[in-house]
Design a protein around this ligand. Sequence first.
Ligand code: GLU
Length: 298
Amino acid sequence: MAPSSPERAQPVLRFAPSPNGRLHLGHALSALTNERLAMAMGGRLLLRIEDIDRERCTPEFERALREDLAWLGLRFEPSVRRQSEHFGDYVVALAQLRERELLYPCFCSRREVQAAISAEEVASGRPWPLDPDGAPLYPGMGRALDGVQARARIQAGEPHVWRLDMERALALVADALSYRVFDTSGLSRTVAAQPARWGDVVLARKDVATSYHLSVVVDDALQGVTHVVRGRDLEAATDIHVLLQRLLSLPTPLYQFHELLLDEAGRKLSKSRQSESIADLRARGLTAAALRRQLGFS
Ligand code: GLU
């Protein structure tokens, strides 16, 4: 039997919000785009709660976001995956990478990283390179740490993150990495993935033994997601996801990136900038039908 390709199996889509604030119009756009594509393709629509951040995510925000989605008329399959209930799955994936010596612990504080970057900039007379999100690339001090010393520091309980050794990871992946972007007509085109531009990304944070990148890849695979539909702000991060899928022998879904909604100042809507929430709009008397129309959905 021919192996099933993502296009042939029943499509599985997901909306994956983080309950760390109220949902805004950008989230509505993302959820509605997933719904529209799931309906058009006869696919399933899942909800995943991305709540690994135990400080910023709260049950109240989760309740509120589910209320907002229900008010919008969005219907997801009843079984909802909450990431905070599955840390064990991420630990397994992390262990696989660690066994292959693709991870190293890093004990540096933010200030130490910044000091190393500043020193490099002074020495070279050039600005330090940035990742696609505009954050400085990690200068790699932790990579040189002696294994015995590192283990002793971990055993002593010293806080640390786990970083992917990008060079080693890419050396393992012999051929060029790519993924496919699908469009509404069902066609797809191949896009090259360039994970090197992210440097040694953090795969397990200091506070929890996982990260957005690792959890999203593990969950998409465990939930059988075939089509990932997300905003353009996560397009570049897909390079990391494709690399992790290859390293962990997981399938790569098809991807589609929708445009972002901007505020009057041209900035993308964001919870941290207190963009007007769906709840605010509802309180001002906007109906769900009007909101759907405003975003181009009937
Ligand atoms: N949880 C992510 C967010 O709220 C989206 C996850 C994804 O689409 O990969 O931005």
